[in-house]
Design a protein around this ligand. Structure first.
Ligand SMILES: Nc1ncnc2c1ncn2[C@@H]1O[C@H](COP(=O)(O)OP(=O)(O)OP(=O)(O)O)[C@@H](O)[C@H]1O
Length: 236
């Protein structure tokens, strides 16, 4: 049996949550490597220079001479980071060359408190965790026209070894299966033609920004007018 005090506390907490002003919703962008996420985001940041921000990640690696704590990364020791991960403070973590990296929920909240839309360019596991969190994000999946075209773009980008390319293509198949499943994302944007894909992304995001503004959130929707010829510069 729950005591009256517990019931009252719960009711008050629910009321309190309802009265709290909502936070600016983070924007999650996900899609296979090579699907065009960075290209599309770069343009979005350029068109809305004051609207978006990236969160600062944590890492257990040592800072380099030009790196500042809280700016480039939050530099932490491995024990503290493992504790925080156990306590559920991280949205996603990964290990590279023996160091742990991760995005904390707090780092996302800092971007929101700054009045910006926090953009999360993350993989499927991260998406699942954001879905299970209180972050109330907007989820966008970028779909490549086909696996063959994805391979062609990744080869043309010249950033991968044969081994890492094959790994990315294998992962892409699993990502597509998750991404295309109805209900997993708010919108699926097929990046066949960059200009069209960008306009679809831009219009979708803009509608969400306006909607949040109408709800009283102080989100900046000021935009720069960009030349469409810009689209070609990314594809050279
Ligand atoms: N619609 C398009 N048509 C042709 N090429 C494209 C298109 N969109 C993106 N590209 C090119 O495909 C390559 C991969 O794009 P991009 O680097 O943006 O992918 P990504 O999803 O951010 O990849 P990663 O997850 O590996 O960072 C780039 O060289 C980019 O210029």
């Amino acid at each position: 049996m729950l005591s009256v005090t517990v019931l009252i506390a719960r009711a008050l907490s629910t009321l309190n949550n309802k009265m709290k002003p909502a936070s600016i919703r983070p924007l999650v962008i996900c899609g296979p490597s090579g699907s065009g996420k960075s290209t599309l985001l770069k343009r979005l940041f350029k068109e809305f220079p004051k609207t978006f921000g990236f969160s600062v990640s944590h890492t257990t690696r040592k800072p380099r001479s030009d790196e500042e704590d809280g700016v480039h990364y939050y530099f932490v020791n491995a024990d503290d980071m493992k504790e925080a991960i156990k306590a559920g403070e991280f949205i996603e973590t990964a290990v590279f060359s023996g160091n742990i990296y991760g995005t904390s929920k707090k780092a996302i909240e800092r971007v929101q408190q700054d009045g910006k839309v926090c953009v999360l360019d993350i993989e499927i596991e991260g998406v699942k965790q954001v879905k299970n969190s209180h972050l109330n994000a907007i989820f966008v999946f970028i779909q490549p026209p086909s696996i063959e075209e994805l391979e062609r773009r990744l080869r043309a980008r010249k950033t991968e070894t044969e081994e890492s390319l094959q790994k990315r293509l294998n992962t892409a198949k699993q990502e597509l299966a998750f991404g295309l499943q109805p209900g997993n994302f708010d919108i699926i944007i097929k990046n066949h033609n960059l200009k069209q894909a960008y306009h679809e992304l831009r219009d979708f995001v803009y509608a969400h920004l306006i909607n949040q503004k109408e709800q009283g959130l102080n989100v900046c929707v000021e935009s720069m007018s960009l030349d469409d010829s810009d689209f070609m510069t990314n594809l050279d």
